[in-house]
Every structure is written in structure tokens, then in C-alpha cells.
Design a binder for this molecule. Sequence first.
Ligand code: RB5
Length: 147
Amino acid sequence: MKFVIGSDHAAVALKNRLRDQLREWGHEVNDVGTNSSESVDYPDYAHVVAGEVQGGAAERGVLVCGTGVGMAIAANRHRGVRAAACSDAFSARMARQHNDANVLCLGARILAPEYALELLRIFVDTPFEGARHGRRVAKLEPPEGRC
Ligand code: RB5
């Protein structure tokens, strides 16, 4: 698959580890930074990653910050983007099976790196179940005139 990955300064090391793992698994990965400990604003990276997924340049995105929460809030402003901040394996699996999440958001200040890699594996390997969940996922986009 084609991935795009980004982080803020709080999560560079974990972002690099996730990127390298995805490449080892044979995926194509566009790393949009950041690449140093210099303080940056997480929404700047979230919007780049979400924009690539929204526009189709990448099939899936990964965003990493201190908690994953700010990244998810920003990424979900983009139509067609379903970003899930996950800190446990069950949520990561459900985010794929039921929500068809296309962006995984992780917290470098929450997760041990090995566990973050496990959540990434689940995000990559778990298929969307479709059926009734397809109808619900279609309703995630706000109805015309409602926002
Ligand atoms: C940066 O200090 C921190 O606010 C950011 O990494 C993230 O946790 C935001 O949601």
C-alpha cells in the first residue's frame, strides 16, 4: 500500500521507527516530517498527511504526536478522512473493522514503541467488515447544510 506518515517534534523517533517498519513490510511510505526536535505545530503535519489521503496520493496515513489526539482532531477536518487515535489493540482493530479508519494516530508519550508497532500491524492487516458498517461509515460525513 501507499502510506504517508508525519509527526511533530514530540514523536520523531517513533515516527521514524513506524516508517522503517512499514517499508520493511514492503509498503511505499512518504515521510513528510518533522525530522528534528525543534518545536513545530502538529496541525501543520496533520493537514499534509490528511490532504494526501483525501486526494488519493496515499491510501493510508499515520500521524504521531504526544498523544495522537491533536493529530486526529486536525486530520478529521478533511472530508473522506477517518482518523482514529488509538492506544490499545482492540480500538485499533475496531477502527479498521467497523470505522474503516484510513489514518492511524498514535501517542509517543503514551505508547511503548513495541506496542505502537503492534497497533500499526493491526491497522495495516485488519480489513473493513463492510455490510452495516458501510452504511454507518457513509454517514460520518456531515449531511448537506448541517455544518
Ligand atoms: C506537543 O507538546 C503536544 O501538544 C502534541 O504532541 C500533541 O500531544 C497534541 O495533541
